[in-house]
Write a protein that binds this ligand. Structure first.
Ligand SMILES: Nc1ncnc2c1ncn2[C@@H]1O[C@H](COP(=O)(O)OP(=O)(O)OP(=O)(O)O)[C@@H](O)[C@H]1O
Length: 450
């Protein structure tokens, strides 16, 4: 029965093909030992070219970890298999990368396995994951509200295959006993995984009372959920070019279905911040995308996501610093905070046409000899006199009218003269010192982007 199910999983998911070179992720525990025994037994039948083992010593249980490694080596020798081993300080790795021990062990292990597979030309890596693991994982992730959850893991993922996918732990145990297969006691429970143990010993037996074939039902459920997931993943691929940039334009993603959108956002946020946003965070983000105006969400201690009027961006959280520069006619001043150069000069020829682009160039009728101007960022209480109007308005309201995103408002340079704001650089000039037909000499300011 066990052998039949093993071969059936291989056939159903096309896990093994002739001439495959398979590297078994070998812990020495019952699962990977039974997996190796089955692969060896059917090596000829399945036309597998080569089987070898790879064991990572996580150094998590002191001398016991070394004993496990010894067991793996002697098992390999007995079977005439090559074994690749490596010792890593997983605790140290976890600390350095702020990961849980379990996550660090997995990361270090998979990178070791992939490295050996690449170097030694193994086209597949086989792990001992089985049906009981699948059910536990589905329940665990479901309880934790994990996005990846409910569907569990797949029988294969890229070059990783899981030939025990149809077998329960009990079936594997009985097989090991019947065939007198020796293994090390599975102490992989460095996982301090109380919840997983609770699921294994309390919840699953309870579910089995309600549905005696709980494994079968959940396996089918998982397979169908995988089909849906594969479909959505393909859709995600189609839209992926829209998420390559640093900024996402809202009109660009207006036609992206939400199921695709949240997956893309998750990947995009991870690439920018190194953090996978939680389900709840993603839900909040989807909500603000539907709202008008500017909104922001804190992603972590260091990053925030901002939905401005037309874009989504991720910004490092930092308090904007005050800055102030002096500028006289004839000067070119580099405003490093805003990444622009502002040039000031005197002009006698009045080209009204050119003056229309107040975002780039502005001129004022100031008679004074050699006046000094200030370029600074905004401060509380700033007021601005719109061109053609009689009364001043709050600068903040002007910025809102101009649809300047909140995150940019503290960096935008303001040109000031005698306590009056002349220009919101790059956006709008004020009504002070207007140039008229009678103007003889103008002081102009021009923006040069760097
Ligand atoms: N020390 C190890 N060296 C090599 N392979 C290992 C080691 N420990 C576990 N494996 C492989 O990983 C499989 C799953 O083991 P386990 O359930 O302990 O892993 P996990 O922490 O849940 O991580 P994941 O499920 O992502 O592999 C094992 O059947 C075995 O194939």
């Amino acid at each position: 029965m066990v052998e039949k199910k093993f071969l059936k999983a291989i056939k159903d998911f096309n896990l093994v093909e002739s001439k495959d070179r398979i590297l078994v992720a070998f812990s020495g525990g019952i699962d990977s030992t039974v997996l190796t025994a089955l692969l060896l037994k059917f090596q000829k039948y399945l036309k597998i070219e080569k089987i070898a083992l790879a064991h990572l010593n996580h150094s998590l249980r002191g001398a016991e970890s070394d004993l496990d490694e010894e067991f793996c080596k002697s098992f390999a020798e007995e079977k005439g298999l090559k074994i690749y081993t490596k010792k890593e300080d997983v605790k140290k790795y976890a600390k350095e990368h702020s990961m849980s021990i379990e996550e660090a062990a997995r990361t270090v292990r998979y990178s070791f396995l992939q490295e050996i597979a690449l170097r030694e030309e193994f086209n597949k890596i086989a792990t001992g994951h089985h049906l009981s693991d699948l059910i536990e994982t589905m329940i665990l992730w479901f309880i934790q509200g994990n996005k990846k959850g409910i569907k569990g893991f797949k029988p294969y993922e890229k070059n990783v295959i899981r030939p025990l996918f149809y077998l329960t732990k009990e079936e594997i145990r009985q097989y090991a006993e019947k065939k007198d297969i020796k293994y090390t006691v599975d102490r992989t429970n460095f996982k301090t995984d109380i919840l997983r143990n609770k699921i294994r010993h309390d919840i699953i037996p309870l579910l089995r009372q309600i549905n005696p074939s709980i494994e079968k039902s959940m396996l089918i459920e998982s397979l169908f959920l995988q089909i849906d997931e594969d479909f959505i993943e393909k859709e995600v691929e189609k839209f992926s070019q829209k998420f390559l940039k640093d900024r996402i334009t809202l009109t660009d993603i207006a036609d992206v279905p939400e199921a695709v959108l949240y997956r893309m956002l998750t990947i995009w946020i991870y690439k920018k911040t190194g953090i996978y946003p939680s389900y709840r965070k993603i839900w909040e983000i989807l909500k603000i995308l539907k709202k008008s105006g500017e909104k922001s969400i804190s992603l972590s201690r260091d990053y925030q996501l901002i939905k401005s009027y037309s874009q989504i961006i991720i910004k490092k959280k930092e308090k904007s610093k005050k800055y102030s520069y002096k500028i006289k006619t004839g000067d070119e001043v580099y405003i490093k905070e805003a990444g622009v150069i502002i040039k000031s000069y005197i002009s006698k020829s009045i080209n009204m046409g050119k003056l229309k682009d107040e975002r780039k160039i502005v001129c004022f009728d100031i008679g004074e000899e050699n006046p000094e101007f200030v370029i600074r960022n905004r401060k509380a209480g700033d007021r601005f006199l719109p061109f053609g109007q009689k009364s001043e308005k709050k600068l903040k309201d002007i910025m809102i009218e101009l649809k300047i995103p909140k995150y940019m408002r503290d960096t935008i340079p303001i040109l000031e003269f005698r306590n009056k704001i002349l220009w919101v650089v790059g956006y709008k000039r004020s009504g002070h010192y207007p140039v008229t037909e009678q103007t003889k000499k103008m002081i102009c300011f021009e923006i040069k982007e760097v």
